[in-house]
Write a protein of this length. Structure first.
Ligand code: BES
Ligand code: ZN
Ligand code: MG
Length: 487
C-alpha cells in the first residue's frame, strides 16, 4: 500500500518525479525558488510547456542533483470541477507508473479545500495496485507520495478513506475460492475486534429458523457455509437513531438452476465473483466510520452466500416465505440478490427500527444497459434523501441517476401464486427489482443503489487503474457525513 508523507518543501525528499500543475496564473514561485524557478519561467515564456487539460511536459533540471519535473496541464481552471481534478491527478499517476516512478512529490494545485481533497483522492486512488498471485510480478507501482503545504486536517480522513477503498478493491479482485462467505465473516470479525464493534453472524440454518426463507433458499444450493453478518457501530450514544447499511454479498453468482451462460453481451460469468461488492462496501464502510469516529449509530448488514445449482438448490416455481411474512414465487433463481436483500431489510426493521435504510448491490444487468459504467442506479421512497444522495454523487465523482419506482411497474412483479414474484421480465428490469425491494421497506425511509455497472468494468477513468472501482464507499461516507452534521 502506498505511503503518504508530509514534507516541508517539494524538493526536501528525494523523489523520482516532482509534479507541478500548469494553468494560467498559477504561482509556482510560491513552491519553487532559485535557479529551477528561473528555468521554469523561461520554458513557460518559450511556450515549451503544454497547458491543456491532461497534457504532460517533462523536463530535467540540475540543482546539485537531477530533478525530473512532470508538468501537468490543467487547462482552463474555470471549467475545472473536483472530478476533473481527481481525473487529472489520476492521469499523472498513470503516466508516471509507465516511467517506473516509485516516489513522487507534489504541492497543492489549488487553495480550496474540496479541490485539495480531490487532488489527493486522485493521486491515491490511481496508485492502487492489486498484487495478483503470480510467480513473476512485473507490475509497476507507486510506493511513496510526498506532499507539502496542504491545508491542515484533510490528509488523515482522505488517506483513511482511500486506503479502505484499496481494501475493498482487493476483496473484489480476489477470486471466489478465496473470498468465500467465511472469509468475509473473518474480515468482519477482525474489524469488529479492532474497533470494538458488536457483531453477530448467523448460519443459513439459524437464518431459516429465524424466518428468513428467502436468504435460506439462495444459500441452500451451496456447500460453502453462508453467513448473515450484522455489525453495530455506536458513535452517538446520546441518540437512539440508527441508520442501516445493507450490502448484497453473493461471493459467486452462477445464476443457480437458472444457470448463466459463459458469457453474455453484459457479462462474463467469471466476473460474477464481483457480486459481493455491495457487502464489501458495507464491510469497509463500517471500518471507515469506526476509524473516523462518525457521530452516528450505524448497523451494517451483509447477507453473504454463493448462488449455485445443486441437488439442494432452490428452483424456479418454488414459493418462499420471507421474514416479513410475504411470500415470493421464484421465476428465476438468478434474481437472487433481491431475495437476500428483502430478508435483510426486514431483519433491519424488526431488530433496529432504523430511520434510514440504504442498500447497495450489483443487482441487475439492466442497470448496465440503462446507465453503462458511469452512473449508479438510484431508487428510493424519499425525495429529499434521493436528492442528498445525488449531491453526494456529484461531490465524490461517484455519480448517481434516479430511476422512477412508479406504481405501474409493480404490476410486473404481481404473482398468481404468491404475494410477489422475484422477476418481472426484461422491461425496466432495474426498476422492477427496485419495486420488489420497496415492498419490504414499507414506510421506512429507504435508498437503493444499483452498482452493477459502476462497481467494476469502469474504463477511461484515470483514477480507477484496473477496472475494479470499489464504487459506493466514498459516496455513502460523504452522505453519512452530512447526516452527522444534521443530527
Ligand atoms: N448479479 C446479477 C446482476 C449483474 C449482471 C451484475 C451483470 C453485474 C453485471 C444478478 O443477480 C442477476 O443475475 N440479474 C439478472 C436477473 C435476471 C436474469 C433474472 C439480470 O439482471 O440479468
Ligand atoms: Zn447476482
Ligand atoms: Mg443473479
Amino acid at each position: 500500500m502506498v505511503n503518504v508523507k508530509i514534507i516541508t518543501n517539494i524538493f526536501s525528499k528525494e523523489a523520482d518525479y516532482y509534479i507541478l500543475p500548469v494553468y494560467k496564473n498559477f504561482n509556482f514561485r510560491k513552491f519553487v525558488s532559485g535557479k529551477i524557478a528561473d528555468e521554469i519561467a523561461s520554458l513557460i515564456k518559450k511556450n515549451q510547456i503544454d497547458y491543456d487539460y491532461c497534457k504532460k511536459s517533462i523536463f530535467n533540471f540540475r540543482d546539485g542533483e537531477i530533478r525530473k519535473i512532470f508538468f501537468l496541464g490543467l487547462g482552463v481552471v474555470e471549467n475545472l470541477t473536483t472530478e476533473k481534478i481527481r481525473q487529472a491527478a489520476g492521469f499523472a499517476i498513470k503516466e508516471l507508473k509507465t516511467f517506473n516512478a516509485k516516489s513522487i512529490s507534489t504541492i497543492p494545485w489549488f487553495e480550496e479545500i474540496d479541490k485539495q481533497v480531490a487532488q489527493l483522492e486522485g493521486l491515491l486512488l490511481a496508485s492502487y495496485h492489486y498484487q495478483a498471485p503470480k510467480k513473476e510480478n512485473k507490475e509497476k507501482t507507486i510506493e511513496n507520495i510526498y506532499i507539502t503545504n496542504f491545508k491542515k486536517g484533510i490528509l488523515g480522513d482522505t488517506v483513511n478513506i482511500c486506503k479502505n477503498v484499496y481494501l475493498l478493491r482487493d476483496l473484489m479482485n480476489m477470486p471466489s475460492n478465496i473470498v468465500t462467505p467465511s472469509y468475509i465473516e473473518q474480515k468482519a470479525k477482525e474489524i469488529a475486534r479492532q474497533y470494538k464493534l458488536k457483531i453477530k453472524v448467523y448460519s443459513k440454518e439459524q437464518a431459516r429458523d429465524m424466518g428468513m426463507g428467502a436468504f435460506y433458499a439462495v444459500a441452500k444450493g451451496s456447500n460453502e457455509p453462508a453467513k448473515f453478518i450484522v455489525m453495530e457501530y455506536n458513535g452517538n450514544k446520546k441518540s437512539n437513531k440508527k441508520i442501516a447499511l445493507l450490502g448484497k454479498g453473493i461471493t459467486f453468482d452462477s445464476g443457480g438452476i437458472s444457470l448463466k451462460p459463459q458469457s453474455s453481451p453484459l457479462s462474463k460469468i467469471e466476473d460474477m465473483r464481483f457480486d459481493m461488492s455491495g457487502a464489501g462496501v458495507v464491510l469497509y464502510l463500517m471500518k471507515t466510520v469506526a476509524e473516523l469516529k462518525l457521530k452516528l449509530n450505524i448497523i451494517g448488514i451483509m447477507p453473504v452466500t454463493e448462488n449455485l445449482p445443486s441437488g439442494s438448490a432452490y428452483k424456479p416455481g418454488d414459493i418462499l416465505k420471507t421474514l416479513s411474512g410475504k411470500t415470493v414465487e421464484v421465476i428465476s433463481t438468478d434474481a437472487e440478490g433481491r431475495l437476500i436483500l428483502a430478508d435483510a431489510i426486514t431483519y433491519a426493521i424488526k431488530n433496529y427500527s432504523p430511520y434510514i435504510i440504504i442498500d447497495i448491490a450489483t443487482l441487475t444487468g439492466g442497470c448496465v444497459v440503462a446507465l453503462g459504467h458511469y452512473a449508479t442506479g438510484l431508487m428510493g421512497n424519499d425525495k429529499e434523501l434521493i436528492e442528498e444522495m445525488k449531491k453526494s454523487g456529484e461531490e465524490t465523482g461517484e455519480r448517481m441517476w434516479e430511476l422512477p419506482l412508479w406504481d405501474e411497474y409493480k404490476e410486473q412483479i404481481k404473482s398468481k401464486n404468491a404475494d410477489l414474484k422475484n422477476y418481472g421480465g426484461g422491461d425496466a428490469a432495474t426498476i422492477t427489482a427496485g419495486c420488489f425491494l420497496k415492498e419490504f421497506a414499507g414506510d421506512v425511509k429507504w435508498l437503493h443503489l444499483d452498482i452493477a455497472g459502476t462497481a467494476y468494468g469502469v474504463l477511461n477513468k484515470h483514477y480507477i487503474p484496473e477496472g475494479v472501482a470499489g464504487t459506493g464507499l466514498r459516496v455513502i461516507f460523504n452522505f453519512l457525513k452530512k447526516l452527522e452534521k444534521e443530527d
